[in-house]
Design a binder for this molecule. Structure first.
Ligand SMILES: [Zn+2]
Length: 175
């Protein structure tokens, strides 16, 4: 091989490596999920197989709750819900949040500063290539609800950022 040919091979090889680094996930930075606080649900646990969940939910509900999906910002069905009432888990029906704990975060997802009960939810620390986040799940059936952040309003300072697809809203009857 000529000297020019060797350079060509070397440059082609470097270009291939650069392309691989851009388009392939970085293998050394895996996804780590560690329990932070596991809630004890009132009424016990609900456990179903993946096939049973798939059959019981809409494709969007399944994608969000059982596959840790995220609905697009400003698109959720409950984003503009202002009525008084309770937000329950769409999978198992456990009450999770209350209209009294809701606030307008401007993020495009329904946001709450507290759950109805700390035991209604479980928290997991997630670490991946994008950083560290705290995932919120339903303590009764492990449905993925969203994430919790430390930039919420008083009195808790927390922002539970949820997906509409994970919640079912029940208006509170007028007294
Ligand atoms: Zn649930």
């Amino acid at each position: 091989m000529t000297r020019g040919g060797r350079w060509l091979v070397a440059i082609t090889g470097l270009a291939a490596l650069a392309a691989a680094a851009v388009y392939a996930p970085i293998p050394c930075l895996g996804h780590i999920r560690v329990p932070v606080r596991i809630g004890t649900p009132a009424g016990g646990r609900v456990e179903k197989s993946d096939d049973e969940w798939r059959a019981a939910l809409t494709p969007e509900q399944y994608r969000v709750t059982r596959r840790q999906g995220t609905e697009r910002a400003f698109c959720g069905a409950l984003l503009t819900q202002k009525a008084d009432g309770v937000y329950s888990c769409v999978c198992c029906g456990q009450p999770l949040f209350d209209a009294g704990g809701r606030f307008e975060s401007g993020t495009g997802w329904p946001s709450f500063f507290r759950p109805v009960d700390d035991n209604a939810v479980s928290l997991y620390e997630e670490r991946d290539a994008f950083g560290v986040r705290t995932e919120v799940t339903c303590s009764r059936c492990d449905a993925h609800l969203g994430q919790v952040f430390a930039d919420g309003p008083r009195p808790t300072g927390r922002r539970y950022c949820t997906n509409s697809a994970a919640l079912a809203f029940t208006p509170r009857p007028a007294p």
